[in-house]
Design a protein around this ligand. Sequence first.
Ligand SMILES: [Zn+2]
Length: 223
Amino acid sequence: METSSSATSLSQLTSGEVHVIVGPMFAGKTTALLRRIQCETDKGRSVAVIKSNKDTRYGLDSIVTHDGAKLPCWALPDLLSFSEKLGTEAYEKLDVIGIDEAQFFGDLYDFCCKAADHDGKTVIVAGLDGDYLRKRFGSVLDIIPLADTVTKLTARCELCGKRAFFTLRKTDDTQTELIGGADVYMPVCRRHYVSGQVVIEATRSVLEKQKVLCDSYVEATSC
Ligand SMILES: [Zn+2]
């Protein structure tokens, strides 16, 4: 009896999975996530999708891809409170948890460990691997060692149509988390990332010089 119960708990313990989908903006990460979630639903598995409540571009109760596909979801500030919010019983029945915009969750690593290692869930994570400076974004890279599979998607370079690996910010804002769409960001290839950064840096320094001139002019005239 005890053998069979420990065998059951062992099978629950080892049945979890972590799949990671990364890439620049406009690479179809959310679409790929929704496709995998749909696939799991078709297999009869119980699914839930979580996204960050920081991204309010499309409303909070649904997840929408750039091409308009829609799925109901939970918009939360963190992941570890999810089971409590959903209710323990409902959480236990869940087979698959999708996480979109994963770069915004500080507790991503701990959540994936708990959900996959201990709770036997299949966790499918989509997020940006790098920010507009091509530096790590949030904890997405930290969960690569936990993953069964890692998929890096690419977009199309907005300037030449070649494969795009990076996200270029078109404005001179410098905070890491600046939420926006095609008005603020564009996908670019390596060559256009490098030349684009040069143009943006040059623009920023010209604007800063003008601001200094302007400020000193205001000061001079107000004296
Ligand atoms: Zn290009």
